[in-house]
Write a protein that binds this ligand. Structure first.
Ligand code: ADP
Ligand code: MG
Length: 267
């Protein structure tokens, strides 16, 4: 591996790789290319970016996108301060100036004008025009744009346009395989490996029901939550219900069906 990319970050948040995604991220970073992370919610994308930012020794600006997020939220705006108007950089502008990593979480949620802003930044100009101030910022060395989205939530109107998407390298995330998810759950919660394995097995069974009764499967995040509750002393089934069943559905019938699966798997 490249010497500029330490294999172990001194203070990097814990992240267990699913495959070669760390290498792809580092390669994108060194090649000045933006990166798109696809995958369901709660499978480790945000943790991965935090981990890589630490390993690459770059500051990280994370923006949770939502359907009201506008270009100004990313770029910045004039604010009134003690009778004066002062320009305040948004997180994207700050990242461009500092050569930081800017992570747009769930980018398909954002408004259309956001895509327009991203265009000149994602081609080889690496330029951020700020209409309000007339500045044209050249991204500082080390700047990287990373965006994530959950293909399951895409509706036709919000689908990333090919013209936007083809500017990014892309990595697909899935829920980790049991051999990875068990150590992740144990590490994150402090629960022993045997109980962690049981929860992971249950998570897999519940995930398999996705599409029939459930819109979303149990995420690794929810398995970690259940494990944390149990590690902190909560009754096993109570914790599973609170963390792995209730968040998935409001339908009492479906909930009952899911609890039957729980009893079948865990006894
Ligand atoms: N590969 C992994 N390594 C370490 N922790 C993980 C991993 N995958 C999932 N997790 C755990 O799952 C939680 C949710 O992951 P997160 O990165 O927030 O998901 P996403 O951004 O994909 O919605 C994390 O806080 C962490 O506890
Ligand atoms: Mg996330």
């Amino acid at each position: 591996m490249d010497g500029r990319f330490p294999t172990q970050g001194a203070q990097a948040p814990y992240y267990l790789a699913q495959g070669d995604e760390c290498q792809v991220f580092a390669a994108a970073y060194h090649a000045n290319l933006p990166l798109l992370l696809k995958g369901p919610t709660g499978c480790g994308k945000t943790r991965f970016v935090a981990h890589m930012a630490a390993r690459l020794n770059r500051p990280l600006y994370t923006v949770a996108c939502h359907d009201d997020l506008s270009a100004a939220d990313l770029i910045g705006r004039y604010l009134l301060k003690g009778g004066e108007t002062v320009w305040m950089d948004g997180p994207l502008t700050r990242a461009v100036r500092e050569g930081a990593i800017c992570y747009l979480d769930e980018v398909v949620e954002a408004r259309k004008d956001v895509a327009v802003v991203l265009h000149p930044l994602t081609d080889d100009r690496r330029m951020l025009p700020i209409d309000r101030t007339g500045e044209e910022l050249q991204a500082a060395p080390g700047f990287m744009l990373v965006a994530s989205y959950n293909p399951g939530y895409q509706n036709i109107l919000k689908t990333l346009k090919p013209s936007t998407r083809q500017r990014f390298l892309s990595v697909e995330f899935t829920f980790p395989k049991p051999a990875q998810e068990i150590p992740v759950v144990a590490q994150e919660s402090g629960l022993g490996p045997e109980q962690a394995a049981l929860l992971v097995r249950l998570g897999g069974k519940l995930r398999a029901l996705k599409g029939q009764d459930l819109e979303e499967g149990v995420s690794t995040r929810l398995v970690v939550y259940a494990a944390t509750l149990i590690a902190n002393g909560m009754d096993f089934h109570r914790a599973i219900r609170a963390a792995m069943i209730e968040p998935l559905t409001d339908d009492p019938e479906i909930r009952k069906g899911l609890m039957d699966v729980v009893v079948a798997v865990t006894g």
